[in-house]
Design a protein around this ligand. Sequence first.
Ligand code: CTP
Length: 447
Amino acid sequence: MKKVITYGTYDLFHDGHRRLLQRAKDLGDYLIVGVTTEAYDEMRGKLNVKQSLIDRIKQIQDSGLADEIIIEEYEGQKINDIQKYNIDIFAIGSDWINRFDYLKDYCSVVYLDRTKGISSTDLRNLEGILKIGIVGTGRIAKRFVPEARFVSGIDIVGAYSRNSTNCKKFVSHFELSLAAKNYNELLSSVDAVYIATPHLTHKQLALEAIRQGKHVLCEKPITLNTHCLLELIEEAKQHNVVLLEAIKTAFCPAFNRLVAYAKSGIIGDIKAVDATFTKLTNGNFRELQAEHGGGSFYELGSYPLLAILKLLGKEHCDIRMLQYKPNESEVETYSRIDIIYPHGIGSAKTGLGVKSEGDLIISGTKGYIYVPAPWWKTEYFEVRFEDTNKNRKFFYKFEGDGLRYELAYFSNMIRNKNPQAYQLTTDESKWICSIMESSYKNKCIIK
Ligand code: CTP
């Protein structure tokens, strides 16, 4: 019996899939179809898949073309499957041409012509493309546009910046269509904005967008005081639009796994979280200027606070802060914040122009988890115990700059008409903001 195997996501099962499976089946006597898991798709950067694994499998079953369906969940699995199932032919669409030639050592490899004019991406896009405008054309915005190209169903239409020369340069560099002359022009051309301007300008820009019914993805911290944030959250609720804080780690698949794993009790009760994020800076950037809400904690504190919040919760009972300031007129360049809970302590350290080990350590009553730098782009972590034989290592893939995860999440929230994010709720954003605000009010400064 000649056995054939093929793999795919098969989201929103369409004629291209059906034809591919039919031709693959015709190559032999028995067809095995491998269907990717959500986690594997996420890991290989395929975001925005609409249907669950169960639904995708069901559609293949209903097509009657597969003799057997298996699940594909890790890189390199194809080689194992081909040997395990004694496969004669590996078949795949021509969009993958030459990419699976390495399997020729195990079986014959056939590339079948892809059916023109249809794809899952096209079907997902039928729901409409989400038009996004970028506000502010600085360093982070420059990383955002290339990342956005990995998320299907969105179009970065154009940008607006107070500096029109920079805006035109940005738009032409990224081949966008609109260099808006004013903010209103941008707002009237989009469904949503990504705000990447200095912190103190966020509130006004977000407010204007929300009042015009536009969804907002806003760089962290959205505002530096809770009162302003509450106002924005309330407005977003009233206008039925999504307001999401762009703390990229919150949407990173491996970080979410790490949190779930730590909370599962594997290291016992969590007693301490130590998270550090420091950065060397050259030049007189906004983050070093007091008039722009600069300082290491405002700039970087959202990341360690996110880790502390996810692992120790919102019910803290005290905060201690130490901040180093070169002199009174300048911003702090190093901060250490201890957040005290009835059941443990979270410590956040941030530095600008000061470099330290950017790791995350989660200490528990049975063991600890170590996440090496840069932990905020989680890719790898180790669970360690007194008995080192029990230690375990976990590896994940973190694609690009990671901004694609937050953008995919943002666009899914809009499409699913779900203004409440679970990966970063408005209550969590409020908590982070309130700690930042206290850090400013209660700081103990070392000059
Ligand atoms: N396929 C095909 N013709 C199409 C679309 C897909 O022959 N028009 C084939 C692919 O080459 C692959 C299999 O169907 O062998 C599963 O592809 P999958 O990636 O699930 O489908 P796409 O529609 O290409 O999905 P997406 O748009 O998300 O990339």
